[in-house]
Design a protein around this ligand. Structure first.
Ligand SMILES: O=C(O)[C@H](O)COP(=O)(O)O
Length: 333
């Protein structure tokens, strides 16, 4: 398995186990490297745009965002939307090194901490709608992360499983609705079904069937585990759902977060980054590490993922995201 490769991505950081190959999108996007000169904490104001394309590299004047709240902060109707993808924090079966798949287990205390830390990283990024899988570990991750968000909107799980559920969970105040973020749960975003491996210890399974065979079951595109889903089969539902249900929100200029699982997200990232079935083998996602994309003119551009849980991660803030962050700063003052 390839070691983590440094992405010639927009945020030139050593990706933390997000070691898909440099996708064509990255190479195209890597011509422009956006470096936020501050962390996601209030007070970082400047944005340097460094064009690293070709021989000439120039630094476009840093965007000075008025910090006194007097300037016009209202972000223009953005022709770009942000998409945050996050794998759930460590689960109780991750901790026991058991194949989990569609077994619905909760987070560990470490997983809770990871979700909270992820929330700090995305606390300045706009979120209008949240998607999770139908599993508690992804829902816990989304809710815990949103507790850190500076906009302080309330994430509310929408219930449409029946007419009664929908009518009994109705909100009768427009203002209150305006201060909430709908959370849509979807089984299509569940982790791949690991079949007869679910509940087995990963190391014992490798000892029994061989490391190569288990690696193929875990990371290949088209080899399913015994009576389970291959990544391709998982993509059939997860990517279809993403295209049909998530993309329309992005197209409408809404900012979206998707909290899901290692393999349902691997299938989505394979689609976004146009990875081949060979390249996706080396794509690994750490628990609780948010990844940011910008959706612009129908294209998804990877904006980077923090190097590691310890780093006060720096995202490649676009101008619009930096403006939104400054709006939050001015709301606090
Ligand atoms: O389902 C599981 O066991 C984990 O979420 C991911 O497992 P994997 O790393 O074997 O894909």
């Amino acid at each position: 398995m390839a070691a983590a490769t440094s992405h010639n991505a927009i945020v030139s950081t050593q990706s933390h186990r997000w070691n898909g190959k440099n996708s064509r999108l990255d190479r195209r996007a890597a011509n422009v490297r956006l470096v936020s000169v501050g962390s996601c904490c209030p007070g970082s104001r400047k944005l340097g745009l460094v064009c690293a394309s070709g021989s000439k590299s120039s630094v476009i004047d840093p965007v000075h965002l008025p910090s006194n709240g007097k300037g016009d902060h209202s972000p223009k109707k953005s022709s770009e939307s942000s998409l945050i993808l996050i794998r759930h924090g460590e689960s109780m079966w991750n901790e026991k090194n058991l194949f989990t798949g569609c077994v619905d287990v909760p987070l560990t205390p470490k997983g809770v901490e990871e979700a909270i830390e992820a929330g700090k990283r995305i606390c300045n990024i706009p979120i209008d709608v949240i998607f999770t899988s139908a599993m508690i570990r992804s829902q816990m991750t989304a809710m815990l992360a949103m507790m850190q968000h500076r906009r302080k909107k309330v994430p509310i799980i929408t219930h449409k499983e029946s007419e009664q559920a929908q009518s009994w969970s109705k909100i009768y105040s427009e203002d209150t609705k305006e201060q909430s973020i709908p959370v849509i749960t979807a089984w299509q975003l569940n982790e791949r079904m690991y079949g007869e491996l679910q509940g087995l210890n990963k190391q014992e399974t490798a000892d029994r069937f061989g490391k190569e065979q288990v690696h193929e079951w875990r990371r290949s595109y088209d080899t399913p585990p015994p009576n389970g889903e291959s990544l391709e089969m998982c993509a059939d539902r997860a990517v279809s759902y993403f295209k049909d249900q998530v993309v329309p929100h992005l197209t409408a200029g809404k900012h979206v977060m998707v909290a899901a699982h290692a393999n349902s997200l691997r299938s989505i990232i394979m689609h976004l980054d146009k990875l081949t079935s060979q390249e996706v083998i080396s794509l690994e996602l750490s628990t609780g590490i948010p990844m940011l994309y910008i959706f612009k003119e129908g294209e998804f551009i990877r904006r980077g993922s923090p190097v590691g849980p310890s780093e006060a991660s720096v995202y490649a803030y676009t101008r619009n995201l930096a403006t939104y962050r400054d709006t939050l700063d001015s709301m606090v003052q």
